[in-house]
Design a binder for this molecule. Sequence first.
Ligand SMILES: C[S@@+](CC[C@H](N)C(=O)[O-])C[C@H]1O[C@@H](n2cnc3c(N)ncnc32)[C@H](O)[C@@H]1O
Length: 346
Amino acid sequence: MMRHLSVPRNDTALWIEYLSKRDWLAASVAIQDLGARRGIPLNQSAPLDIKGLPTVDLEPKVSGPKHWTDRLPQNLFERYSDIWPTSNDQLGDLVILKIPDEVKEFKDEIGKAILAHSERVRLVCEDKGVKGEFRVRDLQIIASRDGTITTRTQVKEHSKKLWIDPAKAYYSPRLGTERLNTFEEGVNLSKRLSRPIVICDPYAGVGPNLSLFDNEDFVEMIIASDLNPDAVELLKLNLSNKSSISCSDARQIAEKHKHKADLLLVNLPHDSIDHLPSLLTLLARGHEVMIRGWAIISKDKITETKTKIKEIIQNHKIIELDVTPIKSYSPQDEVIRFQIRIHFND
Ligand SMILES: C[S@@+](CC[C@H](N)C(=O)[O-])C[C@H]1O[C@@H](n2cnc3c(N)ncnc32)[C@H](O)[C@@H]1O
């Protein structure tokens, strides 16, 4: 049996810090759940009384390795200790990681260690980069828990479930906060127009920008499209059949959905600004409409980009034109968001 300090659940982190600073924490022993309280394992040097808190004697629970690399054969781990990949993406039951050349010959060991580390992982894939105009990942399967090799999986984003397949259609969880903001902007636009709105995402991918809007009362209709047929197949699974979904070039859906959209999303980061003029016919006339887009531009070209956008929409009444950097893309480039509120004259 081992002595555990019983602390209120919400204060666990504070007490761990307190005990760790004094070197009173037992090494490699797990914290235990005691209902409203938690039991923190104490070592031999911890005093009998710690700030008057109760202690309980419990069977020690040995905590497992913290990282999958701890599960590699010891000699192998030590030989390449600075080289093993430390980060990876977990998307649903897939783990995707880049493998440095020096340890590529140990892919089997890497795959086995990752599967052993987390029961939730079904498939481990080496990420060989993004390819083609559809920005899909070149994935090489290195281990499967159950023999299945499909890269289709389901992820949860802001309470919505999405089918994705990173080997067939673009998806990144990284702009999740932007998607929440887009949702807020949609809610506010609908309030300003005092009616449900039409949202159009012509570069929808598998639909992460749209799933939040699906089946909401303030949404009249979703128009979603992508040029990649595999993305469209997943998009259909991710949106309800109230949406209008097509597989086409964004610049060609404008005629079909002329003057329909109240909120237009433009996410083709290397070409968003160049495509913008061909997309304007999608926007409704006679009242305020909104464009939210994302682009990758050189860090010193923010003002130039703003001027370029202004020129594209210059014949109309601009209510707001905001260009905000949101994250670095490379040493020279960054991802920006442009938000335009505009009232078309014709
Ligand atoms: C950066 S991804 C954005 C996908 C999605 N909006 C998201 O946030 O995850 C760009 C998408 O545009 C699609 N695409 C590329 N060129 C296109 C075009 N000319 N017309 C329509 N879609 C296109 C790609 O297949 C890809 O799914």
